[in-house]
Design a protein around this ligand. Structure first.
Ligand code: SF4
Length: 501
């Protein structure tokens, strides 16, 4: 199949339009790692593989047409007529739909989220609920426009309904704090995040911790001066437990010293990889105020853990979970990944069943993403048949029947089978921070290397300030970075005027 080739270049010929972004998004549903070559040169539509997308006025009507050839096979053509004064976005959507249908037929792939790209399904459902539409009307609306599968429609609807009480009460005049510890013991083979191995970062660690504590002090001062309430705190990475217990203590003390943690609604610490979790670290995390922790096995299958470059076993993950319970954490999340290389559907089901048996308060099921930046995909390993869809279907059914309700969801580009990432929680254990991140109505203040600050203004305008990606840059250009933070004060002053909903 054409979509099994990492280096494949697909010409896409646009005639009479410039719908590059949408058409590329649709094509990516079928060809994850192909490189698209956009052109208006019709002579490019002559090889074994090409797509043409044409718009033209013919006898006072707008004719949309698409032509696709794959692997030297038959050329397939489709067209649709629209009124000549049709809006651009309607023409664009309908032209994408023509290409989508041809690609479904030619590849045998029917993307579960249909034509829905670049739109958050849950946000869309929430908007339609707010307009007063019923469940049936919402499902009809989305299935006609985007051709979502009934299963995904139902998942998006359930997720929106479950998060609605929290979304309705988001305090837009408050902010959340994200603390970034972008280090991991080793790099997982599928990783495309900004994460630095401890081996390479260890020399810079004392300076990094000092700079991070200074940044927390600076942000804390701004928060105090603007009298801003901090709603949630989230330590993420990387794997924040990669650093020593002493360093965890220093950073968490900087949070406690500079922010009023008594009024924080949720304090999460993503412990992440079981091989970094020790009793001493967990005790420090608990002592300094975190009330929600993640222990992320991803899978309990030792062979798969080896393939993805993890240095721990499934049994280590179970031990780390039990340790967190023993120390008194009563809100534990566990992350799993559907579609890991070499993992069978049976093995995934076994992991999920075992984790449900441990009764964590929340379970997040991610789907593997296939990104060029990840080591695993530089050798075409995404070519392997992947039962991710079966795993995801199983997780939805199994988790919901065990009283874990979907409460937040996001989709990423290049996910195996175009599937989704979903957080499930027992009632009352939904992570507020995860919902805030998706909803984009609360300001998030980021501290640390690779963190970003998301300033949400009263009119809904969002501005992001990105911290440097690499520890040496973050340390050496710290002062320069702090200058960029002046805007934080301005934004926090403005959001103070937002009345509570
Ligand atoms: S634990 Fe997460 S952030 Fe760290 S290397 Fe693995 S995938 Fe990347």
């Amino acid at each position: 199949m054409i979509n099994k080739n990492n280096d494949y270049k697909m010409p896409i010929v646009l005639i009479g339009n410039s719908f590059k972004y949408e058409i590329e998004s649709i094509c990516k549903l079928f060809f994850h790692t192909a490189r698209f070559n956009f052109t208006d040169d019709i002579s490019e539509a002559s090889g074994d593989n090409y797509i043409t997308a044409k718009t033209e006025i013919v006898e006072n009507t707008l004719r949309l047409s698409a032509e696709v050839r794959l692997n030297g096979g038959n050329v397939e053509y489709a067209e649709k007529m629209l009124p000549s004064d049709s809006e651009k976005n309607i023409a664009e959507h309908e032209l994408c739909r023509l290409i989508y249908h041809i690609l479904c037929r030619k590849t045998g792939i029917t993307p579960p989220w249909g034509l829905m790209t670049g739109i958050r399904p849950v946000k869309k459902v929430t908007e339609l609920i707010a307009q007063g539409l019923s469940k049936t009307e919402i499902e009809k609306n989305l299935s006609e426009r985007f051709e979502l599968s009934p299963k995904k429609l139902s998942l998006a609807y359930e997720t929106a309904v479950n998060q609605l009480p929290i979304v309705k009460n988001i305090d837009r005049s408050a902010a959340s704090l994200y603390v970034s510890i972008p280090f991991c013991p080793t790099r997982c083979s599928y990783c495309s995040f900004v994460s630095h191995s401890m081996d390479s970062a260890i020399k810079l660690m004392p300076q990094y911790i000092d700079a991070l504590c200074r940044e927390l002090q600076i942000i804390g001062k701004i928060v105090k001066e603007t009298d801003t309430k901090i709603d949630t705190v989230y330590f993420g990475g990387g794997t924040p437990t990669s650093i020593s217990a002493d360093d965890i203590r220093k950073v968490m003390e900087a949070v406690a010293d500079n922010f009023d943690i008594a009024q924080i609604r949720e304090y999460s610490f993503e412990a992440g990889r079981p091989d970094t979790i020790t009793e001493e670290k967990l005790r420090v995390i608990k002592e300094l105020g975190a009330d929600r922790i993640s222990v992320n096995p991803q899978t309990l299958n030792d062979d798969v853990l080896k393939v993805i470059g993890r240095k721990h076993s499934g049994a280590d993950a179970l031990r780390a979970f039990e340790l967190a319970r023993k120390i008194g954490f009563d809100n534990i999340n566990t992350d799993l990944i559907a579609g890991l290389p070499t993992e069978s559907a049976e093995s995934f089901k076994n992991t999920l069943d075992t984790m449900i048996g441990l009764s964590p308060e929340s379970i997040t099921v991610h789907t593997l993403t296939v990104k060029r930046s990840a080591a695993l995909f530089r050798n075409g390993s995404e070519n392997m048949a992947n039962p991710a869809a079966e795993m995801v279907d199983y997780s939805i059914e199994k988790l919901m029947s065990a009283d874990y309700m979907p409460y937040y969801m996001y989709r990423q580009k290049n996910t195996v089978d175009n599937l989704e990432n979903v957080g499930y929680a027992k009632k009352g254990f939904e992570s507020q921070y995860n919902i805030f991140i998706m909803d984009e109505t609360q300001t998030i203040l980021g501290a640390g290397c690779a963190a970003s600050t998301k300033l949400v203004y009263p009119d809904g305008l969002i501005n992001r300030i990105h911290n440097y990606k690499y520890p040496y840059e973050y340390i050496s250009r710290f002062e320069q970075l702090m200058e960029k933070k002046q805007e934080v004060t301005e934004c926090l002053k403005k959001i103070k005027s937002i009345p509570l909903k």
